[in-house]
Design a protein around this ligand. Structure first.
Ligand SMILES: Nc1ncnc2c1ncn2[C@@H]1O[C@H](COP(=O)(O)OP(=O)(O)OP(=O)(O)O)[C@@H](O)[C@H]1O
Ligand SMILES: [Mg+2]
Length: 232
């Protein structure tokens, strides 16, 4: 049986994924600062928008206004009425709330899961982005609670029948890697005195994938992945 695929919005990456992502599942994009996690997530979101879908994008670190400014300049349709950008970046008041109510990360993630569920009562979104999850994780002390909350998040998203892309900072993303359905890793490295970018897929449940590390670039129009070139 051939599973239907949905586009990541980046043609070269779709090729590496044997056609795209399997819908209704949760995926992780991990990488160091500035590697392009938000850019990749925005391509994923906009692929939905240009398909007439509704997309929910939750930003937890970069202020929503910044995202709108930068990505509209790159030609992304961030003011489209089907694109809902929720700015969940902390303000001073939010920090107080976090300390009072959510002493562990797990409780934070559960709160996020509930907030998304609430949001779906008004509208059905076929794609959801959480960018990045790392912020919530820093307040966690209990790994078991975190795993439970993360699994419950994934199961809730499955029930909502939406495809989810989560971003995370590389070093901190090990637990999530086990639990999600697929992992895309972005890397910056030095080669002949310059910074180069490389992308690899390390996991994709239910599918084969390109296991070669491929170069990518971030241009004024976003991310371009070269599925015919090798990064090394
Ligand atoms: N017009 C452009 N031309 C070339 N590169 C660009 C352009 N705009 C952005 N970039 C590159 O994209 C990078 C930012 O990408 P992005 O915000 O997606 O990364 P990120 O992994 O989400 O970073 P962070 O961890 O800080 O959130 C910049 O550091 C810059 O190198
Ligand atoms: Mg980012």
């Amino acid at each position: 049986m051939i599973t239907a695929r949905i586009s990541t919005g980046i043609p070269g990456l779709d090729i590496m994924l044997n056609g795209g992502l399997i819908p209704g599942r949760t995926y992780l994009v991990k990488g160091a600062p500035g590697t392009g996690k938000t850019t990749l997530a925005m391509h994923f979101a906009m692929a939905g928008i240009s398909n007439g879908e509704s997309v929910l994008y939750i930003t937890l670190e970069e202020p929503g206004e910044n995202i709108k400014q930068d990505f509209s300049r790159m030609g992304f349709d961030v003011y489209n009425e089907n694109f809902t950008l929720i700015d969940a970046t902390p303000t001073t008041e939010h920090y107080v709330l976090v300390e009072d109510f959510f002493e562990s990360f797990a409780k934070n993630l559960n709160k996020l899961t509930d907030a998304i569920k609430e949001q779906f009562k008004t509208k059905r979104y076929s794609r959801v982005v959480v960018d990045p999850i790392t912020m919530l994780k820093f307040t966690s002390s209990d790994e078991l609670e975190y795993r439970k909350a993360f699994l419950s998040f994934i199961k809730t998203m499955m029930r909502l029948r939406t495809t989810v892309l989560i971003t995370a900072e590389g070093e901190q993303a090990d637990i999530e890697e086990y639990l999600v359905n697929g992992v895309i890793e972005l890397e910056l490295f030095q080669k002949e005195g310059r910074l180069e970018r490389a992308l690899k897929i390390t996991k994709f449940r239910g599918s084969g994938f390109d296991n070669v590390i491929r170069p990518y670039e971030i241009t004024e129009n976003g991310m371009v992945v070269y599925p015919d070139k090798s990064a090394l």
